[in-house]
Design a protein around this ligand. Sequence first.
Ligand SMILES: C[S@@+](CC[C@H](N)C(=O)[O-])C[C@H]1O[C@@H](n2cnc3c(N)ncnc32)[C@H](O)[C@@H]1O
Length: 320
Amino acid sequence: MTKPETDDVISQPQPRLLAAADWADYELLDSGNGLKLERFGRYSFVRPEPQAMWAPRLGADAWNADGRFVPGQGRAEDDEEGGGWTLSPDLPEAWQVGYDGLRFLARPTPFRHLGFFPEQAPHWRWCAARIAGFAARHGRRPRVLNLFAYSGIASLHAAQAGAEVTHVDASKKAIAQAFENRDTAGMQDAPIRFITEDATRFVEREIRRGRSYDGIILDPPKYGRGPKGERWRIETDLVPLLDGCRQILSDTPRFLLLTIYAIRASSQAAHYALSDVMAGAGGTVSSGELVSVESQPEPRVIAQANYARWAPEDQEPANG
Ligand SMILES: C[S@@+](CC[C@H](N)C(=O)[O-])C[C@H]1O[C@@H](n2cnc3c(N)ncnc32)[C@H](O)[C@@H]1O
């Protein structure tokens, strides 16, 4: 007897997909052919997006953007620093955008992005709700630590929501950008401490001083350097830093929020690529992650690869 066809589907919570829902000043207009077309305020930009393995839907006119990032030639594919912008002469050096009543600056940077990460907006609101909840319950501002804080939108948003913020970044240039954003937001008097320091060193120092925070945000890069040349590598340094963060959480903590870009693709990319190929064929594309599961009680699940698969049935059976 042939064994019934079963794929080894395990029951795990689906990854949640968070996206900023109502942002007038930011829009992903189209994507495809390894590129994405976005709008930041009045201006549109084309940036590389290796996951966009499908066809764009808008015509060439729409893709005629105000700025286009052209990756460097002969560099490793994932070298985020190679290449540069081709910009319209009409594009200002920086311009204002807004979110939740907060004004801040967009500008093309040598690192392919526009000075902030719009996809993080759901995090800002999530933190704001927790900050407001804390203030209502405890009758004081929560202390929020923002590590690898870059241009500071999360810090400003948290302060606007009622937090007392400590903003830490290794780079003087990043801190200068955060100051510019603070001034653009008209938040010069907001309770934000800006600190130029290595994130790990800062946390170690806070442990020694016995300081604590009610909320911690961290968005570590894959590689980085502290101001004194301290080396940051996410593979080796993240867990000790998270341990440190745990130690400086207060007795009434409201959040610890980790964002990691070092893992790039989501299963959506494979899903759209296959959907394009199978368009018109009927059936269903389903997608997810291929995972390894620890052989222990309460096993952790580690994503190894994304998959997408098409089947002619309208609905794939639960185990198929
Ligand atoms: C926000 S993180 C990068 C995460 C980002 N979302 C991405 O696309 O990878 C970048 C910031 O971390 C800062 N940084 C890098 N190494 C650091 C370190 N050792 N300590 C503190 N900040 C650091 C950089 O100066 C930069 O402003």
